[in-house]
Design a protein around this ligand. Structure first.
Ligand code: BDP
Length: 326
């Protein structure tokens, strides 16, 4: 008798467990960075909060170091719902979402705080609408600071210093045009290939923020870092719309709140990491030079704007929205 009762109870418990397992959903997330990077730490806190608030019904596993593929591929995978979420730079995202390209125009934002303010407001909303139309649900905007040029040959102080240099860029035609505007040779290439390419002379340099230059050890092979700060491109923690649509309203709210909270901490960690990275690269022998006069770079890169607006007249309004808020 006792045994029968126990068995029934056990069977009941098991079927509840089976039901929960069937209901529970684990989402897979893409990240290109190493585990101790501000983006990675913030993504982990996003995942922890989701698991905690849903009582384990919804979980998120973050795959760091780009193991789920290179960035442009991963964006496509996410649109298809093969990857559920990820943290993407709006540069490579411009291939899929034209609206995102406005943030890849050189010197479009004048400072990182200004970028935050605009991305948290109407500009971010407009770009987000573009993402949604292409299967991507934006959750929150992270920081990637400002990007500057670095190379193994010489410090860059004027656009003329870039002439003839082979520079790796992220995959987006705008960046090719940007380097060509200074008579440099641009090579779009995956992030993970840059170290070896500089080391073997396939390219002379690249452009990025100090935390990425430091975390990838590029400072070992390209010792001139010139603070041109020509691009301030936001990053997006976002989700496949296919995955988003599978969530209950309550889960969507939990995911959205967790994303927003993670962005606040990411931006704080970002500022700290920038300072720490600068210290580390200087100690390692990088020659960092500030670029006092950025006007010649802005002038040289101006045709990038003109050509972009000529090719995308429908985005003029969005560019003006940024300009008018400055
Ligand atoms: C880093 C971005 C990352 C890009 C990388 C790159 O955070 O998303 O993949 O630059 O240059 O700053 O490819």
């Amino acid at each position: 008798m006792t045994r029968v009762v126990l068995n029934i109870a056990l069977a009941g418990a098991l079927s509840v467990a089976a039901l929960n397992a069937a209901d529970a959903m684990e989402m897979r997330g893409w990240n290109i960075h190493v585990e101790d990077y501000p983006v990675s730490i913030a993504m982990e806190s996003f995942a922890d909060e989701i698991a905690e608030k849903t009582g384990g019904e919804l979980t998120a596993k973050v795959f760091h170091n780009g193991v789920l593929g290179d960035q442009p591929d991963a964006i496509e995978q996410m649109r298809l719902g093969v990857i559920d979420f990820g943290e993407f730079n709006l540069g490579p995202m411009g291939q899929a979402v034209p609206e995102a390209n406005v943030t890849s125009l050189p010197f479009i934002f004048t400072s990182v705080p200004e970028m935050y303010e605009l991305m948290d407001g109407e500009v971010g909303e407009k770009i987000g609408e573009g993402m949604k139309a292409r299967g991507i649900m934006p959750l929150a905007y992270y920081s990637a600071g400002a990007r500057s040029f670095y190379n193994s040959i010489r410090p860059i102080n004027t656009p003329a210093d870039v002439e003839g240099m082979k520079i790796r860029v992220m995959s987006n035609d705008l960046f090719v045009k940007m380097v060509e505007a200074m008579d440099g040779n641009a090579t779009p290439m995956a992030f993970g290939e840059v170290y070896q390419s500089i080391k073997t002379g396939v390219v002379d340099g690249a452009e990025n923020n100090t935390p990425s230059y430091e975390s990838t050890n590029h400072y070992e092979v390209a010792k001139y870092f010139s603070l041109t700060e020509h691009l301030i491109i936001p990053e997006c923690l976002c989700m496949s719309l296919r995955t988003w649509d599978k969530l209950t309203e309550e889960q969507q709210k939990i995911v959205m709140d967790a994303a927003k909270a993670s962005a606040i901490s990411q931006r704080e960690m970002w500022a700290e990491r920038e300072a720490a990275s600068l210290e580390k690269i200087e100690a390692a022998g990088t020659q960092v030079n500030t670029v006092e006069d950025k006007a010649p770079f802005q002038e040289a890169m101006a045709p990038v704007y003109d050509n972009f607006l000529k090719a995308n007249p429908n985005l003029t309004e969005l560019v003006n929205l940024i300009r008018d808020s400055q």
